[in-house]
Design a protein around this ligand. Sequence first.
Ligand code: ATP
Ligand code: MG
Length: 629
Amino acid sequence: MDYRSIHRRSIDDRDAFWAEEARRIHWNTPFERVLDYSRPPFARWFIGGTTNLCHNAIDRWLPTQADRPALIYVSTETDEERTFTFAELHREVQRMAASMTSLGVGRGDRVLLYMPMIPEATFAMLACARIGAIHSVVFGGFASVSLASRIEDAAPTLIVSADGGSRGGKVVPYKPLLDEAIRLSAHKPGKVLMVDRRLAPFEPVAGRDEDYATLRAKHLDAQVPVTWLESNETSYILYTSGTTGRPKGVQRDVGGYAVALAASMKHIFCGNPGETYFCTSDIGWVVGHSYIVYGPLIGGMATILYEGTPLRPDPGILWQLVERYKATVMFSAPTAIRVLKKQDPSWLTKYDLSSLRALFLAGEPLDEPTSKWIADAIGRPIVDNYWQTETGWPILTVAHGIEKTPTRIGSPGMPMYGYDVRLLDERTGAEIGANEKGVVAIVPPLPPGCMQTVWGDDKRFVDTYFKSIPDRLVYSTFDWGIRDDDGYYFILGRTDDVINVAGHRLGTREIEESISSHPAVAECAVVGVADSLKGQVAVAFAVLKDPSIAATQDARLKLEGAVMAVVDKQLGAVARPARVHFVGLLPKTRSGKVLRRSIQAVCEGRDPGDLTTIEDPQALEALKQTMKA
Ligand code: ATP
Ligand code: MG
């Protein structure tokens, strides 16, 4: 079937389209109406229908594949490897659900998860879904201050945590950070449920901390029936990555999300029941929610939960797992691929990857050199996909389950069914034609699976997302893009990353793309810096594949000139960065996104702002030093 006409139909005949997609999941009671859009921009999907995410992820598959793998846990940190079948997962989730219930958790209560990538984290998410509690997973890499603000905002009844995690072979204790966060937060949870991995010894807080092993033992035979939820009840809260400032608590529903994920498994990821899905993200991010936990299981697939880095025990580990578990779908991030790019490429050809239909990448712009490099190295199709925590599933990509639309390098693809995407002039709100730059916007109602609102703050939802374009109630992605004549979109960077050099508006992404094409460059970031003459100039920071080639001042200057020459040739002299600095590391969020906002602030001598989500504060410090040199 022709994809474009299906997309058209999903917009023009919206209710009929989604009513059909809704058949992909199990409803306990059918919905009365597909959509209630009486209070724009708030959309309510599948009114009156009752369903449950956990039922769709587990129980529904028991009659046909109880003994097939559901959750495959691999830890290269603790050298553990364990497979849970659907029947075993069903049992573990009920043990967890019964334990939570015994601690007083009920429907609508919040349960905050601060956990490493261990099976219990998945059990806890699914247990919440089962009993109608609202989970809020906070990435395990966050420290006390970030965690405290999320505890305060979500006000959980219960926190589920562990003694510690491990990264690159080093134990990371969680408990002291959690205790400190609870101390900092005005809201105090009634109970803390601790999974003790015996990695990091800790002192339980009497009367508050409960040991999971002890509780689980009391509930070994627990049978916890599914709580049927109205489609629009809340399934979870998840905070955005905080690349651009204070994170927003994205609130998601039950029915719309289940339908959106089931549809995406079929149309976008082409995964079938009985196969294996391998997503290298973390359960603390939206990609982990949708495509480690819920999507694959709702699609009847086994899912790999991987605790470890892409480099240990060696840079072949991801591909070794693909081979061992015959993964048919893999999902990762450009930032992980750029890490591999600095390693010997022979690691990528050591394993049999023939099971793999495609490698999906999302989270950051996929630059052309990285895209080509990984495609050549693994010999499998690469599918870029663009979306946000807010949307829960891809906005732009190619739907190979519908039509084998060719991919175009540098472009994540075209609007997915259900998304009425427009490019708009951010000053006038006017629609922009092909080959012109504008803000990527979505005409509401947002499709099923997207955020319902900002947790506890409807006003912030409307004001943040729907008021930035003059005179129109449209959802802004705050990303800047361009569409070619065939309808392929290209993301040029975030709207606040647009640089205005002597009247020319340039996306930082365009310049970064050009710099990355220099063979010595592994990755780079470009920011606009205030300039009295030109308004703004571009300043670039590049990480070299082999830093030793820029060891001397002479070599650095020569290389800087060579990089500038590449930009001149590809984009013209207006885009040429005023400076190209070579650094060892770029400041990134914990989710692997470059913190251009903070780099820019440092370049302009301002305060770098909210750094709670930064991966390595040293990176910013080193960058300051490089600029002084
Ligand atoms: P915050 O909203 O708190 O500042 P964030 O936007 O980084 O954080 P996410 O929701 O994790 O939080 O990231 C979504 C953003 O990531 C998109 O708006 C876009 O800027 C970028 N992005 C995601 N996928 C792609 C992609 N395939 N190509 C280009 N950019 C992408
Ligand atoms: Mg964002």
